[in-house]
Design a protein around this ligand. Structure first.
Ligand SMILES: *Cc1c(COP(=O)(O)O)cnc(C)c1O
Length: 349
């Protein structure tokens, strides 16, 4: 059969994102970890008042306004920050800049499936190291795998667990390649790996406005690392990877830390409440520091429950993958949404 593509592209299935029904669809959407609260009103005002001149011109290739706001919010110099079209783009830039044949990509599993997809697109190999039941970081195995890139999501998806900073520090000290700490869910967590960025040249922390800041549709992520580590990534990125709207709206959202914190506090309180309710229904749960819960239904009939919930207009995430198919990942919604979920589950378990 003739093909137009490189063999590595023909060989991959491609990443399958969670279902995205149209806005306005009457559905309780607890499948892709969006924040249930609206974005910062200050950011929305910036969007509404945007001067069309910003659209006529090319945007700032370095998203300076957003970097400035992020620098002020997090206390890192502007040149320690790189901005990307969602953090997914930054993950892609890292793989493209660092991995090739003989320069492997290493990560513990289960984790974010995109790490695998991005590696498979390269002429590069992934080394997947299974987490044990207790989700302790397999430091020795990760070090032995000697990756050009090592990805650690913390809090991790789908498990929700946080990797202790002491473990990440040990790993960073022993790796010769880049350690990527994917902090997509850090806004719901009690710990961050940002101090390691100052301690180690080879650590980059990656964040997104998609979860904590309720801006998944804007596509804005960023990385924090020393400028030496960022230099290669700046070479690989598209010149205009951040559009003018995302830069300005994102900067406003970043400056409104108080609003973000208020929303994430509400989600954390709802998470605790939902965990209690699910345990009462017999679900097994893992400690989560993210805006979702990793759960195993009492009869382990996760797919059946997923389908039955879907019929009732409630979407949760089911992964049809070895080791994951008896579990459901449930995004924490508002208390009202979570209550409707629990009421539906009463009839299904
Ligand atoms: C959601 C998520 C991302 C991607 O976020 P975007 O900024 O929307 O691209 C990255 N890593 C993990 C682990 C995630 O769950």
């Amino acid at each position: 059969m003739t093909t137009y593509f490189r063999p590595s592209i023909d060989a991959i299935a491609g990443y399958v994102p969670g279902e995205q029904p149209k806005p306005g669809t009457k559905i309780i959407k607890l499948n892709t970890n969006e924040n249930p609260y609206p974005p910062s009103p200050v950011a929305i005002k910036v969007l509404r008042n945007l001067d069309s001149e910003w659209l006529r011109r090319y945007p700032d290739p370095y998203a300076s306004e957003f970097r400035k706001a992020t620098s002020e919010a997090l206390g890192f110099p502007v040149d320690w920050i790189i901005v990307s079209n969602g953090s997914d783009e930054l993950l892609n830039l890292i793989v493209r800049a660092c991995a090739e044949l003989g320069r492997n990509v290493v990560y513990p599993v289960p984790t974010y499936v995109l790490y695998r997809t991005l590696t498979q697109m390269q002429p590069a190999q992934q080394v997947e190291i299974p987490y044990a039941e207790d989700y302790r970081l397999p430091i020795e195995e990760l070090v032995a795998a000697n990756g050009a890139v090592t990805f650690i999501a913390s809090p991790n998806s789908p498990s929700g667990h946080i990797v202790p900073i002491a473990d990440l520090r040990q790993l960073a000290a022993r790796l010769s390649g880049v350690l990527v700490v994917d902090e997509a869910y850090v806004d719901f967590a009690e710990e961050t790996a940002l101090p390691l960025v100052k301690e180690f040249d080879n650590v980059i922390a990656i964040r997104t406005l998609s979860k904590g800041y309720s801006l998944a549709g804007l596509r804005l992520g960023f990385g924090i690392a020393n400028p030496k580590l960022l230099s290669g990534l700046f070479k690989v990125k598209d010149s205009y990877n951040i559009d003018a709207i995302a830069c300005l709206v994102g900067a406003a959202a970043m400056r409104d830390q108080a609003y973000k914190n208020e929303c994430t506090q509400k989600v954390k309180a709802s998470r605790a409440k939902l965990a209690v309710d699910l345990k009462q229904l017999g679900f097994q749960l893992w400690d989560s520091q993210a805006n979702f819960l990793w759960t195993q239904p009492p009869q382990s009939n996760a797919e059946q429950i997923y389908l039955a919930l879907k019929q009732r207009g409630i979407l949760v995430r089911y992964f049809k993958q070895p080791g994951l198919e008896d579990k459901l990942r449930i995004t924490v919604g508002t208390d009202e949404q979570n209550q409707l979920l629990v009421e539906a589950l009463i009839h299904l378990v």
